[in-house]
Design a protein around this ligand. Structure first.
Ligand code: ZN
Length: 311
């Protein structure tokens, strides 16, 4: 690990500070250098708190040398589970689990801080499942990817419900510079369809007929720059027999325009499906058709760690 990160890239770690986790505020100053690792003690000018530059990272509170911590994180992100990482690095598996959790929280904070004002004109969303505890208990990872750069915009872990889909699309929208100019590609999962109009469209109150009675239900208007396309797979048993596409919101013209930009001939979710494959390869508990699923309680933090940057 290098401790020479520029001061303006570091943020205040005090939760009650107005500049908590906020970058670019010019509030961090060097107080002194301490310890055998020559770590820097920092001071926040806004709240006056002192903290180590390692606070909030996996190096914080660890008696292991930084190289061992790096090695543990490297093993975990290259397809090893807690037990095999513990075996390979000579640490106890609870140490590995703690470092994994701290790294995940840190990654999530880093993503929240930096993945803002993204200039993205199309997104692909998909869900993948694994198991937790036993094969009857499914754990779902929802992911939103930018197909142009393959950047993971947002990820959520939980049950496959409309509420989690709402959180996913809502959080992804907040990260965009222009959410009104977007083509969303998803599979046939129905909540995407209703939530897209609600979250990205504008509310419109249709006029009532005559002067009496209730107003009709509020509707959502979709601007011409927005579109949602569904890629619906028809199955016969476990085999896909037909794939059809449906423009669920917006116009075919807008979809065609985005396909041309991406170099696609038909609408698809290939980028997010490729990401699913990568996540399954890099996280042993996401492997399909195996008994490597997350069986033990401390495995819970491993489900979805690679896909969403969340442990
Ligand atoms: Zn502060």
């Amino acid at each position: 690990m290098s401790f020479s990160l520029p001061l303006d890239s570091l943020v205040c770690q005090t939760s009650h500070c107005p500049d908590f986790h906020a970058s670019g505020r010019d509030n961090i100053r060097l107080r002194k250098v301490y310890g055998p690792e020559q770590r820097r003690l920092l001071r926040c000018r806004t709240c006056g708190a002192h903290f180590s530059e390692t606070k909030g990272t996996p190096y914080w509170g660890s008696k292991l040398p930084p190289e061992r911590v790096d090695s543990i994180v490297d093993h975990l992100t290259h397809g090893n589970c807690c037990s095999s990482t513990a075996e390979l690095t000579g640490c106890h598996r609870t140490t590995v689990a703690r470092i994994m959790r701290q790294a995940g929280v840190h990654l999530q904070q880093f993503h929240d801080q930096h993945a803002r004002d993204l200039k993205v004109t199309s997104m692909q969303a998909d869900e993948r499942h694994s198991f937790f505890g036993k094969k009857a208990e499914q754990a779902w990872d929802f992911t939103v990817v930018d197909p142009k750069s393959n950047f993971v915009i947002e990820g959520q872990v939980g049950a496959r419900t409309a509420e989690l889909t709402r959180v996913l699309l809502g959080s992804a929208k907040e990260r965009l510079a222009a959410p009104q100019s977007l083509v969303l590609s998803t599979d046939g999962y129905l909540p995407y369809q209703s939530l897209f109009s609600e979250l990205f469209g504008s509310v419109w109150q249709p006029p009532r007929r005559g002067k009496r009675g209730r107003f009709p239900k509020k509707a959502y208007r979709i601007p011409r720059s927005l579109a949602h396309v569904r890629i619906i797979k028809e199955y016969s048993g476990r085999r896909v027999v037909e794939v059809r596409t449906e423009v669920a919101a917006g116009t075919q013209k807008r979809v065609n325009q985005e396909l041309q930009t991406l170099g696609y001939t038909t609408p698809n979710t290939s980028a997010v499906e490729r990401q699913n494959g990568t996540a399954r390869r890099m996280n042993p508990h996401l492997a399909r058709k195996s008994l490597a699923f997350a069986r033990l309680p401390f495995h819970a933090s491993h489900v979805g760690c690679v896909g969403s940057g969340r442990l």
